[in-house]
Design a protein. Structure first.
Length: 419
């Protein structure tokens, strides 16, 4: 059987300071794939490299594990000792299971996150373009994509939000429903606000304005989404135009006061406003809840939503694991069949040769004037004797070893094919 091997490190096994050193530059990846195959003698290779993991998916001799880990450290100009204790490896069935779990989001820092499947697909296409995947890895990747899709459609693994950014947008939808007629003011320009902006854009929000101390950074988030950018000092004048205000900055003091909101509500003729404060310390004065037509949620409110959703995803993950287990077994069965495909082909060729030889002999006997009925009977007997010689010897050996399962499978297969 072709040996499968996964070697790598991820967010659980290694700190980011090490993960970033072992990451592969996308531009250098094709050359790296070809190098590992030639330097270590790998049959097939693919590399998945993200901010949270670097993994090598290989069709390789398991005895080459030490060479592979040394190659990885040498390629990134690291001492081998720097990877010790952080790197893991999974052989054969465990390699199959691991890839399927990764693609389905079960091995992610955020359980069930959907981006990883696209990253696994990219890894496959890059390896295909580099010419380093063959029959085994190609089949494994295609099977993995199918399993990940089944997990997504047959479980709730990706149904409920478990990131602060996505939970904030989900809450916004609960309050307002369709968002296409509403305007959002996002305060800050960090990763959380950037994700909020993308999620709101995906929900067809009517308008996005990003406010930040550095206006260029605000522009870089807003402009690709068709939004606008303002400075923090302009918030007070912009507030009346916003239905949804989501804030996440590192400011030491509050940015939005109760009086600012009171004034904005008056100018808005008391159309309701939703505030979501994701900052610690808070960006928005909690006293705004004293005002009518305002809704204020803090990060702790979202945490309760996220915790509940995590429980839901964990239940879905348990179902996903059973789906994956079944497909791992299917793939390993296919792999075993491939390992013996040459032997099966040789067996069929031998049977064909025996049959043809006996037919030729029988034809010659008939040509020489022998009775055709007797020739046919001898042909049938000889064919039966020669074709049953191997299976009979197998059964005798199995009886000697008390291998009842093998005998049963062989006999069942024989009876099935004889009808």
């Amino acid at each position: 059987m072709s040996a499968l091997l996964t070697v790598g490190l991820n967010h659980d096994s290694a700190p980011i300071s090490l993960r970033e050193k072992v990451a592969f530059d996308p531009q250098q990846l094709p050359n790296a794939l070809r190098l590992i195959r030639s330097d270590v003698g790998i049959k097939e290779a693919a590399i998945l490299s993200t901010c949270n993991r670097t993994e090598l998916y290989l069709s390789a001799n398991p005895d080459s594990l030490d060479q592979i880990t040394h190659w990885l450290s040498d390629y990134h100009q690291l001492n081998h000792s720097q990877l010790a204790g952080h790197i893991y490896h999974h052989p054969d069935a465990e390699a199959v299971r691991h890839m399927m779990r990764v693609a389905a989001g079960l091995d992610s820092m955020m359980l069930g996150e959907p981006q990883i499947l696209g990253q696994v697909k990219d890894a496959y296409h890059q390896a295909s373009d580099a010419g380093t995947v063959g029959k085994t890895l190609s089949r494994l990747f295609q099977k993995t994509f199918s399993v990940a899709k089944s997990v997504r459609t047959e479980t709730d693994i990706g149904k409920n939000a478990i990131s602060v950014a996505y939970a904030a947008v989900s809450l916004t939808k609960q309050v307002f429903g369709q968002l296409n007629e509403y305007r959002a003011l996002l305060i800050g320009a960090g990763e959380t606000i950037e994700l909020v902006a993308r999620h709101l854009s995906n929900q067809k929000i009517g308008n996005i304005t990003v406010a930040n101390r550095t206006i260029d950074r605000a522009h870089s988030i807003a402009e690709p989404l068709g939004g606008s950018a303002i400075s923090l000092s302009a918030i007070e004048h912009q507030l009346e135009n916003a239905d949804i205000i989501i804030s996440s900055t590192a400011a030491p003091d509050t940015i939005i006061s109760k009086e600012m909101v009171r004034s904005a509500l008056t100018r808005r003729k008391h159309r309701p406003m939703l505030f979501i404060d994701l900052a610690v310390p808070r960006d928005i004065e909690s006293e705004i809840t004293d005002l009518s037509d305002t809704f204020l949620y803090a990060v702790d409110d979202l945490k309760a939503i996220i915790d509940e959703n995590v429980k839901s995803r964990q239940s879905a993950a348990a179902i996903a694991e059973t789906i994956i287990d079944a497909h791992v077994e299917d793939f390993i069965d296919w792999l075993k069949q491939q390992a013996h495909s040459n032997q099966i082909q040789e067996l069929r060729q031998t049977a064909d040769q025996i049959t043809q030889q006996l037919i030729t002999k029988a034809q010659q006997q008939v040509h020489n004037g022998e009775d055709a009925q007797q020739v046919i009977e001898r042909l049938g007997h000889s064919l039966s004797q020669q074709l049953m010689h191997g299976p009979t010897r197998f059964i005798k050996e199995a009886i000697k070893d008390q291998d009842k399962d093998s005998i049963t499978r062989l006999l069942n297969s024989y009876h099935k094919n004889s009808h």
